[in-house]
Design a protein around this ligand. Structure first.
Ligand code: DQA
Length: 143
């Protein structure tokens, strides 16, 4: 049983990127929490971060038949990428959309998520803790 965590564009800059919004924890800190949560449930865990839409799509394709759940923070692709939404729609496992901030409480253009209609559920607004919560939610849905 395996969980794939995918992080999209600019999330590699966590820790120094707009810390007033995203906090000072790094992506490595978030990934460590998610990995520990997966291990505590007896799940294998893999993490990928990419600034490139096509790489994210290919990682979702590779998860078909190899991962039981995807936790994805698509970054700004959340609001624009029909291609990532289509890739997620073609993935049969549990899908958790994850955001550090609460995009609904920010600029108007962030209020639409084009991936929301094709995921199992969304966790947003809890900062670093959301990474652990998203893994717990995926495992809860698989149990
Ligand atoms: C984000 C929210 C997006 O609107 C933004 O483009 C990001 C990060 C979040 O985790 O809060 O890059 O997905």
């Amino acid at each position: 049983m395996k969980i794939l965590l995918l992080d999209g564009p600019n999330l590699n800059l966590l820790g120094t990127r707009e810390p007033e919004i995203y906090g000072t924890d790094t992506l490595a800190d978030c990934v460590r929490d998610a990995a520990a949560a997966a291990a505590s449930h007896g799940y294998e865990f893999e993490h990928r971060q990419s600034n490139h839409e096509g790489e994210i799509i290919e990682a979702i394709h590779a998860a078909r038949g190899t991962a039981d759940a995807i936790v994805i923070n698509p970054g700004a692709f959340t609001h624009s990428s029909y291609a990532i939404a289509d890739a997620l729609a073609a993935y049969d496992g549990v899908k958790v959309e994850l955001h550090l901030s609460n995009p609904s409480a920010r600029e108007e253009w962030r209020r639409l998520s084009v991936v929301a209609p094709v995921v199992t559920g969304t966790i947003a607004g809890f900062g670093r803790a959301g990474y652990r919560m998203a893994v717990d939610a995926a495992v809860g849905r698989l149990a």
